[in-house]
Every structure is written in structure tokens, then in C-alpha cells.
Design a protein around this ligand. Sequence first.
Ligand SMILES: Nc1ncnc2c1ncn2[C@@H]1O[C@H](COP(=O)(O)OP(=O)(O)OP(=O)(O)O)[C@@H](O)[C@H]1O
Ligand SMILES: [Mg+2]
Length: 730
Amino acid sequence: MEKSILPVVTSNRTEKQTFGKEYLENLLKQHFGHSEFRGKQLEAIEAVLNGKDCFCLMPTGGGKSMCYQIPALAKPGIVLVVSPLIALMENQVKMLKERGICADFLSSTQLPHIKEKIHEDLNRGRPSTRLLYVTPELVATSGFKAKLTMLHKRGLLNLFAIDEAHCISTWGHDFRSSYRKLSSLRNHYSDVPILALTATAVPKVEKDVIQSLCLQQPLILRTSFNRPNIYYEVRYKDLLKDVYTDLSNLLKSLGGVCAIVYCLERSTCDVLSNHLLKAGISSAAYHAGLNSKLRTAVLDDWLSSRIQVVVATIAFGMGIDRKDVRFVCHMNIPKSMEGFYQESGRAGRDLLPSRSLLYYGLDDRKKMEFILRNAGGKKSQASSSSDDLLKKSLADFSQMVEYCASPGCRRKKILQSFGEQVSTSFCQKSCDACKHPNQVSQRLEELGRIQNISRRGGPSPIFMSLSSTNLERHDSEFWNRDDEASLSDEDISASDDEVELQSGLSRSKLSSKVGLDEKIEILQRAEELYYRNGDTNKQKSGFSDKNAVSEALREASKMRLLTALEQARQRFVNLLLDPEVSASFLEMECFKRYGKVGKTFYNSQMAATIRWLSSATQEQISHRLIANSSLADNQSEPNSSRSSSSRLVDQEQMLPETTNEKTESTAQVQLSCQLPQLMKISKEKVELPPIPSFAEFANKKRKETEGDLSSSKAHTSGTRQNPVKKTRQQ
Ligand SMILES: Nc1ncnc2c1ncn2[C@@H]1O[C@H](COP(=O)(O)OP(=O)(O)OP(=O)(O)O)[C@@H](O)[C@H]1O
Ligand SMILES: [Mg+2]
């Protein structure tokens, strides 16, 4: 383990000298290069150094980390930092190490020998570790508890810092059940101060955090939520000709600034990112549907300015610490002000002028409202507290609607939602409603007219892109980050106690999966209900298109394929194919088989194809596309893979003929015309390689990992490498 480069002061000073303002400011300057403390940092630091519990509410980017980093340097011993995200811990530890401060983290992602070194250091008489970052799951394990008790007995525990403390509250928008387990800290280590830090605590959450962590007469520090350097603006989708073009024009006019665009659904991220790329703006999609390697690559590229814009779901969340984000855009209305504040707050952490833009759409509003109602509806039957949750989620959402669709200062509305009362002039024309009041009220009037017309004409259809398999069905991170955990365990903190790891993982996987299934079920039922109630004409004629594959879905699928093919091209530089044509071809293949039986099966097959593209070899991809091109040339060929869908015949017969058939044949003709020019054509009839099911894919991956592990074991123990493995590696 690296030793602290800068000496940490541990001399035998008197309390006053050690923790005096000057001394603490010196540490700030010496270790971090900042000349003075911000906001209430100093108060928080002094409180915990004097053994007091503290609840610290500061805005995003307000400098909460300093409140536990300085105490770690001021006093010998260890500060234990509990953090919800591994990426967050990694970033902070890296930054601290670069500054010569001895910090480390323990998580399931670390190699055993690294963990061993950390434990060795902790066992030493005077550990060099000053800050130890851990996951909430780890804190709850018996193994780690024993370690903590040992450190405590030796008088080495200085402080428990609970970062993102709102995760402990079910009222918060980021609830993480593992945070609940932290409640035992106060009982077991009564003399160690606890510092709870958050940027998003409405009074209810604040109370919940304080109670759940059993803080004893804590010093409560609140800083204003105001972010004076962010200009807030709302644009109205229903009044714009083309939202994507509006956004790309705006991004161009801002001139290459660093930006984040949040979307509700993963497919929108893919589609929009491609649109921006086509408009000459460097961008990439980021969501939990992408594999972790790709997500890390996108994050790295964005952090190091190789990509200007990340188009993301809320999976791109906590811990993103790039100071110079100048623009944060929401493509859809968020479900709560807390979420919106957190996300828009990623702009301008360096305190320089920045911008938040939200595109508000009437359909988006209806969709979100509908989802919230139906998601809560089922739970509300179960208990009255769930009923409260439903009411709360609707009230939270109505604040967002108010923010977008009513006149008045946007900043004031944000601050009001956090219980802060300010005058309208407080904003100093740094929101569109204060800067251009006439323009905004004119737009709201127009919007009102459209809303009235749409009310008279009945509800517009809801489109939700859900597919059928358990994992692929969840294609929005809208719900919360628990869902994200089920898809990207490696990014979220997880149990890593040696004994409890296995059972812990299987438990958490099971429960998160069940939760997800339930939610998807609710969504599907909600959607069905909506169609049943909302489209009575179709109901009367016995016609229901709720499961039809829409053109929009097909376009989104092509975009997903395009991204997967681009990734394949990055993996295999010699892969000669035209991604656009290939994407169209693969989509068509999927549509031909499953288009008529409905989007559930279509989406499932689409997901399987994308998985296949991510794991196939160069030969398999070329082979398949060449094979497909020969099939495209020969449209009369019976579909050899039909058998896989034969069990769906009943459903197929129940569905009406749709206009999709026409589209299919037109697209096929176009495709068969394009393919010969763009790809090498094999006239030989080749069997299509099967697309693996998810289970097959997962088994294959598991076997590969096991293979990798055994081969690396063999390698380290000096035995010869498995020849099959060797070939694969070459
Ligand atoms: N006293 C200070 N003077 C100048 N810059 C500071 C000071 N304290 C912190 N910063 C800087 O402010 C930035 C944000 O700090 P930090 O990540 O701790 O914010 P945060 O409150 O934890 O935000 P979030 O809620 O998003 O996690 C960091 O880059 C940090 O270096
Ligand atoms: Mg922070």
C-alpha cells in the first residue's frame, strides 16, 4: 500500500491548537490547495472533531467531502466513509492518493491481495490509512464488524462519515436498503461521532436520516440549495417542430461545452446520441443496458473530454465529479424535484455560469403520471404506508409539473420545494421566466390551448418500450437505482464479506429481480389498462394494438443494433461491413420472425441479437451477415428459423394484419438492393448460427470466466496453458 507522501500532523498539541481555525485552514491549503472553507464546512469539521454528531445538508458540489477529509488529516486514526457507489469511492480514493493522502477502499471488486494489504495495514500498531471507504453492505457483515470493533478498542476510529445519507430514507429518491443496516453503528460505537452528508433532504428525509442513524443531538447544518451559477430554462416539446434538432442546434451554439443529456428510456439515449453524432456533435449513450466495460469507456472518454455530450439515463448519477459541466438537459420531465435538482446540479460545480434545460411535453407528463399512479396503485392495496408513498410520489411529481407548466420564477420554485422561501427578485433574471417573462407566459398560453384540444380529443397513446425477458424488460432507470443494481452489480456496492458474500449476493439478486419483475408487471398491466380504458373504439371492434411493433420501436431497435455493430467494429478493426445496412438487416430479420406476434417477442429477440453481437467472434459476425445477405437475395426462401416461433402461432393468429407488412416488403427490397454493393456476398447457402438465449449467453460467460480463472491459476502455478484457451486468446 502507498504511504502518505505528505506528513500528517499527529503531534501532541492541545485540543485548541490542534483544531483551531488556522490549523484547519492550513490543512486545507496544504493538502487541497484551497484558501478558505466554503459555506458550513468549518462548522461541520469542528463539530465532528469535538466528538459531536452532525447532519450536514449542502447543495450538490458544495464540498461535503471536505467535511470528513479534513478531520481525517487533523487527528491520528481512521475515518470510515460509507459510500453507495464503488465508482464514487474509486474516484475519491484516486484523488486523495494523488494528493499524497493515504486513503483506500474495500469492495467486492478489489483483488484479494489488495484487500489483504489493506487489512494488514489496519492490523498494524499505527495504520497509515487515514480514510477508509466502504460499502454499506460491508459494514453490516460480521467479518467487518469484528474488524471495526478491533479498531475501536485500539482507539483508532475517529469518525463515521455517511455520504449520500438520504439513501437511508425510503422517502428519499435514492433509497438503498443496505443503508438501513448502518443504524447499529451508534449503539456499537457510542463514542465515535457520526457525520451524515446529503444534498437532497426535504424535512421528512432529514428527520428520517437523523432517526435511522440514531444521531445524538446532532448539530444540524443546512446551506441554501440555491445554485446561483445555474440558469434554469424550460422548453415545450409540443411547441417545437423537432426537439432533437432544437437540442443539437443549441449544443452547437454553446460551442463544444461539456454536457449531460438525461433521457427516461435507454432506447432514447441510443437514438438521440446517434442523432447528435450525425449532427457533428461528439456524444455517446450511457445506461445500465450497456455492459460495464462500455460504460467505463464512455465515462472515461467524457471525463477526459474525448466526448462532449453523454446522453444518459439516471444510471449516470451519483459521484460524477466533473467540475466544468456547462449544460445539463432533461429530455423528459423527471419524477421529482429532488431528482431534478441532483441531476441539474451536476452543472457548474466549479461555480462558473452553467445552464439547465428541461424539455417538457404533455405526453411525457401523462405517461409519468400514469406510471406513478399504477405503480403505486398495486402497492396501495397492500398497506396504508404504501398509500402514503403513492401520495408522496404524486405530490413530488406535481411540483415538477408546476415547475414546468406554471408561470413564475423557476429558481423560486426549486427552493420552495426544499422549504426555502425567497423573493422573486432573488433570482436576478437567471431563469427564463424572470429573464423573458412575456415569452414564457405566451408559450404557456399556447401550451394550454394544445392541452385543451388534446383533452377534447381524448388521451394520446402511451408508448413504453418494454421487452419480455427479465433483464431486458427493464430499459429505463426511471424507477430507482435498486433496479440499476440488478443490472450492474459491479458498479454498486455489494457484500464482500468472505463468508457472507455468496448468500448475500444470491439474496440480493433474488430480491432485486423479484422487485423488478413486479415493477415490469405493474407497467405492463398499467399499459394494458390504459389501452383498455383509453381506446374504447378499438375495444368495441375487438381490435387491440397494444402489443404491436411500432415504427418508433423499430427505429429505436435499429439504433441499438447500430450501436452494437459500431462496438463490434471497434473490437474487430478488420470487420468490413456497413453498420447501417447491417443494422437494418438484423432488425428486419427480427421483425420478420416476431413482428406480427408482438413487441414482447420482438424485443426479446432484439436483445438476444445485441447480446450475440457483443460476444460473437469476427468470423461469426461476417459469416452471419454474409449469410443473411444471401438470404436477402433470395426472398422466396422459407424462413429456416421459423420453428423457434412456432409456439407463438396461436397468438399470431389472434392478431390482426397490420400495415407493418407493407413496410417490411419495401424495406426488404431496399435492403436487398443495397446489400450487394456494400457487402461481400456469399452465394453459398449457409445455416444461420443460432442466437443464444440469455441463459445460454450467461452460462457461456460464466464458463469463460471460470476458464479464465483456472487458466490464470494454472499460469501462476507454472503449469502449461490450456491449448484451447491459448488459441482463443490469440
Ligand atoms: N473550500 C473549498 N474551496 C474550493 N473548492 C472546494 C472547497 N471544498 C470543496 N471544493 C471543491 O468543490 C468540488 C465539489 O466538492 P464535493 O465533491 O465534496 O461536493 P459534494 O458536496 O460532495 O457534491 P455532491 O453532492 O455532488 O457529491 C470539489 O471539486 C472540491 O475540490
Ligand atoms: Mg459528494
